[in-house]
Design a protein around this ligand. Structure first.
Ligand SMILES: [Zn+2]
Length: 109
């Protein structure tokens, strides 16, 4: 499993991997996804209300401001709460890396 970002191609440190944040969400599903920097995931990062994140994704199909205008404000509120909670947890547990177990076992053999 490559540890490079599938957007920008640069290495993704575990503390900057959106999958490590998503894995902490109640319905987070990250298995099989390539790592990606948080900032390279604007559709998700827009829901993290912690600096420097939280800026709306400018792509209209993802832009949370458009979701709100279209009557999905409650959903945006829930997403912001869930992503921000997960991100705070992630900061607390920044030693967590969902890819680590695999490399740990590989190194044993
Ligand atoms: Zn990236």
């Amino acid at each position: 499993m490559s540890k490079n970002c599938d957007r920008c191609g640069k290495p993704v440190p575990k503390e900057d991997n959106i999958l490590n944040v998503e894995a902490l969400m109640e319905d987070g599903f990250t298995y099989g996804f390539a790592p990606r920097h948080i900032a390279c995931s604007p559709s998700r990062a827009q829901y993290i209300r912690v600096e420097p994140y939280g800026q709306p994704d400018e792509r209209p199909e993802y832009d949370k401001r458009i979701h709100v205008q279209e009557g999905r404000g409650k959903l945006v509120e829930i997403m912001e709460r869930d992503w921000t909670d997960a991100y705070r947890k992630h900061l607390d547990l920044s030693s967590t890396d969902i890819w680590e177990p695999a490399s740990y076992w590989r190194d044993l053999y």
